[in-house]
Write a protein that binds this ligand. Structure first.
Ligand code: S3P
Length: 409
């Protein structure tokens, strides 16, 4: 089987293509609502994009300050990365988002962007956020939130100045932006710090985006936990900052292997993932950089923990409280209601596997990854999926129900 292009790559490739003084083609782009938010926002800034899932073309265009509000929907990546991108191009804009996005922390991005010359207006601290961007300055910044979105945003903003910006960052954060930009000839150096400054890139790219690793996690979980299943996912993203979920499952005893790792093209590699039902899984402890490496996979990982022998201990996960929902709370509440042996505190969860779980009404908290995780759990305990959450799941994985039905047939 194959999956639509990786969402993190799709956002970044669209934004980077918009900076290039040439046309770019992106094949197999994600058709998720989040990526569509990025496309619509860029179009409102005068970037010409012909959007088709099989072949999306981004034409050489100049940024023009948008009159309309940039609605980022549910997408933290769109909002945070776009702020840096537009500031780097001296484009002022007004940003909005849905009620979940409006609750997410924005100071982590506004504080460094202010140091780079942007000013912000919010009425009573509330959305929409108006960004005024006339004055561009370089920055020396140590990124403490360990966020790839913030790192990317600051790299983009650094393109606004002839003077180099220096960004210290955590090496476990996903590195797609810097790898793609390095390979395309942007003036970026990646060492212990990232150094970036203004330059022009004139030659566009033609890229086939490998399948989404975070969507693959749901297929992997369903396969590992369902007797007699055996699945190969072809042409999925391969990137060392995104493989921790898979390596952790292998450590727990899951029958997963990674084959056919491709050569790097435009800073991007792909692989095939072979997965089999795995009867004996053993609980593990994860913390620190490993959590960063599987930050979006913690909800589905906690489901797997329920079927592993012994304890699965997930530490340093405070950041999950400010994702699309408070994911510590959402995982805990649903698993507890289903009869799991689970303990949570402010920064960790402990799951003792092997308890018999029963179906209840799931509270998905309007969070796509919570909805998908618990649909998978229903399948694994022998219930039907509810098929009720397409609207939420389409945020990241539009083919989810179709894919799962095919796996089961
Ligand atoms: C993302 C980074 C992560 C992740 C998000 C996508 C990215 O967020 O949770 O879904 O594409 O850079 P943070 O940067 O806030 O950790």
């Amino acid at each position: 089987m194959k999956l639509e292009g990786d969402k993190s790559l799709s956002h970044r490739l669209l934004m980077i293509a918009s900076l290039i003084q040439g046309d770019s083609i992106l094949r197999n782009i994600s058709t998720s609502k989040d990526v569509y938010s990025t496309i619509e926002c860029l179009q409102k800034c005068n970037i010409k994009i012909d959007y088709k899932d099989e072949k999306t073309t981004i034409f050489k265009s100049d940024f023009i300050a948008p009159e309309a509000i940039l609605d980022c929907g549910n997408s933290g990546s769109t909002l945070r990365m776009l702020m840096g991108l537009l500031h780097g191009q001296s484009i002022s804009a007004k940003f909005d988002g849905d009620s979940s996005l409006q609750k997410r922390p924005m100071n982590r991005i506004m504080i460094p962007l202010k140091k780079m010359g942007a000013t912000f207006e919010l009425s009573n601290g509330k959305f929409p956020i108006i960004m005024h961007s006339t004055n561009n300055q370089s920055i020396k910044y140590s990124e403490k939130t360990k966020s790839a979105q913030v790192k990317t945003s600051l790299i983009f903003a650094g393109l606004g100045s002839n003077e180099s910006s220096f960004i210290s960052y955590n090496k476990a954060t996903r590195d797609h932006t810097e790898k793609i930009m390095e390979s395309l000839g942007f003036d970026i150096k990646v060492k212990n710090k990232i150094t970036i400054r203004k330059n022009n890139v004139n030659i566009g790219m033609d890229i086939n985006i490998p399948g989404d690793l975070s969507s693959a996690a749901f297929v992997i979980a369903a396969t590992v936990l369902t007797p007699n299943s055996n699945v190969i996912i072809k042409n999925v993203l391969y990137n060392k900052t995104r493989m921790t979920f898979i390596y952790t499952l292998i450590k727990m005893g899951a029958k997963i292997s990674i084959k056919n790792i491709s050569k790097e093209e435009c800073g991007i590699q792909s692989c095939d993932i072979y997965i089999k039902y795995s009867k004996s899984l053993t609980g593990v402890k994860i913390k620190g950089d490993d959590v960063i490496g599987m930050i979006d996979e913690i909800p589905i990982f906690s489901i797997i923990g329920c079927f592993a022998s012994g304890a699965t201990n997930i530490q340093n996960i405070k950041e999950l409280k400010v994702k699309e929902s408070n994911r510590i709370n959402a995982i805990y509440q649903n698993l507890y209601d289903m009869g799991a042996d689970i303990f949570q505190d402010d920064d960790s969860m402990l799951i003792k596997g092997g308890k018999r779980l029963h179906n209840t009404t799931i509270n998905h908290f309007n969070d796509h990854r919570i909805a998908m995780s618990f649909e998978i759990l229903r399948l694994v305990i022998g219930e039907d999926m509810s098929y009720e959450y397409s609207n939420i799941i389409d945020i990241s994985f539009p083919g989810f129900y179709r894919t799962m039905d095919r796996l089961l047939s």
